[in-house]
Design a protein around this ligand. Structure first.
Ligand code: MV4
Length: 447
């Protein structure tokens, strides 16, 4: 097992990894930027190293500085958290060259699944359901028009190197497809350095359901069931829950098993999330694979009792998965609210500043993953998420009541947060009924 791990991240996820290390008897070394200097969570690490200025480019995205810190501290491994360098195959390969274990997949597996055309190919081979569309990348206008005629409009053009909603274009007719193809490819080239695009059927108004999977270096792979992340705005999730409401147990099992097959066939070691859209008839279509730990991983931890960060560390160290598929069961219901320092009344503008009041929710079934304390200054340089409120209860109805109660216990002043919106959702009849689609929140906010 590792003796010492460097954490190449900040905030609540850095703290989450520090806690896992402490419980595993592993020393933690946390890097930080000038903007995070003096933050309380850093005192919980065994060692901290300043790696540069406030901008991500000078610190959390700066590979030479992170590797230098890892060399100085003599760590065995690096945990990248989420965001920043977590899905950077070049960083994973630099770690390998420096004989530092990257806590995540191999650079090869990351690159293979990160390329959406390649990923879709492996998905087809693994009998994971995908949208009908072009077999691979498409550059020929005539070929694209042929594919679209076969599957029917609307279609969507996506960049192989895109993801998370970047590099997509919906086309409702042949003229739009013809003119969109070159534009999409040029945009993808400029944005990602890879102009490869593909075409598939566009589905309007579905639900976003994703499967948590984890593989080890011995060829084992399991799934940890699904999360529903349909409550989102501009590709930013607001609420996530597990299991997904109102899905047929048989359907869920089929798609979850297919996701585990994909990970096994890709010879993938580490945690990953296979994203799907689910239509109203509960047909699933894979969107993409995220090759990192996700923000919303705690809801899966709460319903399965499995610590995903410890599992990541175990498999990175070469240990076999400590559980079999048949050992993994769903217990109750869990929900997470991402608490963002944003003002919903001002189009979700970020609200950095000092927290004069920061009072936490507590009590039965409540977990708060946050690096914030009273007096903490939210820096303007990073994502506006200041914490995650996670609750667990025997069923969805009790989970919603518990979340409503816990949101009501939070007191954060003077900055604006997403809490009032989330409390409104807990009381919304459509949300309470379950099965809202990915446009629900934006519709609600317009009215
Ligand atoms: C789609 C789609 C409809 N049809 N693909 C957005 C993020 C990226 N992961 C893929 N996305 C979508 N792909 C087809 N064929 C609609 C979306 C989409 C979406 C997906 C998940 C969550 C929120 C979304 C918001 C808008 C569009």
């Amino acid at each position: 097992m590792f003796s010492r791990i460097l954490i190449a991240n900040r905030g609540e996820i850095a703290l989450r990894v520090i806690r896992a290390c402490r419980e595993m008897g592993i020393e933690s070394v946390c890097v930080y930027s000038k903007a995070d200097e003096g933050a309380a969570y850093l005192r919980l690490a065994d060692r901290t190293i300043c790696i540069g200025g406030p901008s991500p480019a000078e610190s959390y995205l700066n590979i030479p500085r992170i590797i230098s810190a890892a060399e100085v501290a003599n760590v065995d491994a690096i945990h990248p958290g989420y965001g920043f360098l977590s899905e950077n195959a070049h960083f994973a390969s630099v770690c390998r060259d420096c004989k530092i274990e990257f806590i995540g997949p191999s650079p090869e597996a990351m690159a293979k699944l990160g390329d959406k055309v390649e990923c879709k190919k492996i998905a087809r081979e693994s009998k994971v359901p995908v949208f009908p569309g072009s077999e691979g990348a498409i550059d020929d206008e005539g070929e694209a028009v042929k594919v679209a005629a076969k599957i029917g409009y609307p279609v969507i053009i996506k960049a192989a190197a895109g993801g998370g909603g970047r590099g997509m274009r919906v086309c409702h007719n042949e003229a739009a497809l013809r003119s969109g193809l070159k534009q999409a490819s040029n945009e993808a080239m400029n944005a990602f350095g890879n102009g490869s695009v593909y075409v598939e059927k566009f589905l309007e108004g579905a639900r976003h359901v994703e499967i948590q999977v984890v593989g080890d270096k011995h060829g084992n792979a399991v799934h940890l069931f699904e999360r529903d992340c349909s409550a989102q705005r501009r590709h930013q999730k607001i609420i996530e829950e597990a299991p997904a409401p109102l899905i047929d147990a048989r359907r869920r099992d089929d798609v979850a098993k297919s996701a585990a097959r994909l990970v096994k066939n890709a010879q993938y070691a580490g945690a990953a999330t296979v994203e799907f859209l689910m239509d109203e008839r509960q047909n699933f279509y894979m969107l993409e694979v995220n090759t990192r730990l996700q923000v919303e991983h705690p809801v899966t931890e709460m319903i399965t009792g499995i610590d995903l960060v410890k599992t990541q560390i175990l498999v990175a160290a070469g240990e076999p998965l400590p559980f079999k598929q048949r050992d993994i069961k769903i217990n109750g219901h869990a929900m997470e609210c991402r608490i963002n320092a944003e003002d919903p009344a001002r189009n979700f503008a970020p609200c950095p500043g000092t927290l004069t009041t920061f009072e936490c929710a507590g009590g039965p079934g409540v977990r708060l993953d946050t690096h914030c304390v009273p007096g903490y200054r939210v820096p303007p340089n990073y994502d506006s998420m200041i914490g995650k409120l996670i609750v667990h209860a025997p069923d969805r109805e009790q989970c919603i009541a518990r979340m409503d109660r816990a949101l009501g216990e939070m007191r954060i002043e003077p900055i604006k947060t997403t809490i009032p919106l989330q409390q409104q959702l807990m009381r919304n009849s459509a949300f309470r009924a379950g099965g809202i689609d990915i446009h629900f929140l934006e519709r609600l906010l317009r009215n």
